[in-house]
Design a protein around this ligand. Structure first.
Ligand SMILES: [Zn+2]
Length: 85
């Protein structure tokens, strides 16, 4: 598995976010309900960020490997599950 270069990560990060449904992504961990496989590079992981200081789930996320950004179209359902809307 080859890692993207710093330039590739920066280029990916500048692209428009891809709109995805978190519920339809493949979970990357059996112990986390949020961690997903990156649908763009397949080897990276989306962790789901939290907004400060509210700690509610952030709509925008990014892959820790390829830098590609994503928007969760079902963020409100995720927030509802946590009760922090
Ligand atoms: Zn990725």
């Amino acid at each position: 598995m080859s890692y993207p270069t710093h330039e590739e990560i920066c280029a990916n990060h500048k692209l428009e976010p891809i709109v995805v449904k978190h519920s339809e992504l493949k979970r990357a961990s059996e112990t986390s309900m949020y961690r997903s496989e990156c649908p763009s590079c397949k080897d990276g992981v989306l962790l789901v960020c939290r907004e400060q200081p509210s700690l509610r789930l952030a709509e925008e996320d990014y892959c820790i490997r390829c830098g590609r950004r994503f928007l969760y179209s079902d963020i409100n359902e995720m927030r509802n599950i946590e009760g922090i809307v």
